[in-house]
Design a protein around this ligand. Structure first.
Ligand SMILES: NC(=O)c1ccc[n+]([C@@H]2O[C@H](COP(=O)([O-])OP(=O)(O)OC[C@H]3O[C@@H](n4cnc5c(N)ncnc54)[C@H](O)[C@@H]3O)[C@@H](O)[C@H]2O)c1
Length: 248
């Protein structure tokens, strides 16, 4: 028995990092997973052929993408139970130098695409016995940092969207939560490991658990939120950061 037997899940940004780990774990726990990545080659190379996973190449920010992704899951697997909005990226430098274009790009990906996927998913989630939306925020959903203006603002917006949806969809039995990773070693943060040892040390030391996280630290909490175990949890932030947020 898997924790997600007979569930249909969508995971965006699934070609690497946390999205890949979440897609693999959900599939191993019995869910049928539509794993969405930007590039055809990459998503297929990484997850093609994995049992219970269907891959789809689509940029979540493109016009019409949200509808196409939700319809693909609903058609391939006949329904939708869990939406994991994981695709994200960011950082645009000091606020006084952020261009309108860079600001827009952060919001297009981190919140606008998420909003559209949630909107299109709602009618399908209403037909589920255990509808779930899991939006991936960031430590920057709760704090700021130098050079993080566009990213932090867009990730704060993720919390506002999740909390609002939780209020709107509770009557339908749909839960909506924000999973907040701390500093996690992935493709997104590889540049820090390559170029900024002080920053690597800073985040390791800030966490009482004394290290950066890995995608495998994030996938089980995502599974928890998706599973029946979290049926009475909605509108909350699940912070998975080794304690960094509570440490001076
Ligand atoms: N790594 C960290 O320290 C950290 C911390 C907090 C939050 N996050 C968030 O976690 C999520 C996953 O990031 P990660 O660290 O696993 O990095 P990652 O770069 O490995 O994963 C992000 C994935 O999103 C995909 N993506 C980007 N734009 C896309 C688009 N337009 N359409 C579809 N897919 C797209 C990328 O191709 C990539 O596969 C992101 O939302 C990120 O903001 C990361």
């Amino acid at each position: 028995m898997g924790k997600l037997d007979n569930r249909v899940a969508i995971v965006t940004g699934a070609a690497s990092g946390m999205g890949e780990a979440i897609a693999r774990l959900f599939a191993a726990e019995g869910a049928k997973v539509l794993a969405v990545g930007r590039s055809t080659n990459k998503i297929h190379d990484v997850l093609g052929g994995v049992s219970n996973i269907e891959t789809m190449a689509r940029s979540v920010g493109e016009e019409g993408a949200a509808q196409a992704i939700i319809e693909q899951a609903a058609t391939s697997f006949e329904g939708l139970d869990v939406l994991v909005n994981n695709a994200g990226a960011g950082g645009a430098g000091p606020t006084e130098h952020i261009t309108d274009e860079d600001w827009r790009a952060n919001f297009d990906l981190n919140i606008d695409a998420m909003f559209r996927l949630c909107r299109e998913a709602i009618p399908h989630l209403r037909n589920s016995a255990a509808g779930r939306i899991i939006n991936i925020g960031s430590a920057m959903s709760m704090m700021g940092g130098p050079g993080m203006g566009a990213y932090a603002a867009s990730k704060h917006a993720v919390v506002g969207l999740s909390r609002t949806l939780a209020c709107e969809l509770g009557a339908d039995g749909i839960t909506v939560n924000t999973l907040i990773p701390g500093a996690i070693h992935t493709q997104m943060t590889q540049g820090i490991f390559d170029n900024d040892q002080d920053m690597v040390d800073h985040w390791a030391q800030k966490a009482p658990l004394g290290r950066w996280g890995t995608p495998d630290d994030i996938a089980p909490p995502a599974l928890f939120l998706a599973s029946d175990d979290a049926g009475f949890i909605t509108g909350t932030n699940l912070v998975v950061d080794g304690g960094a947020a509570v440490s001076p």
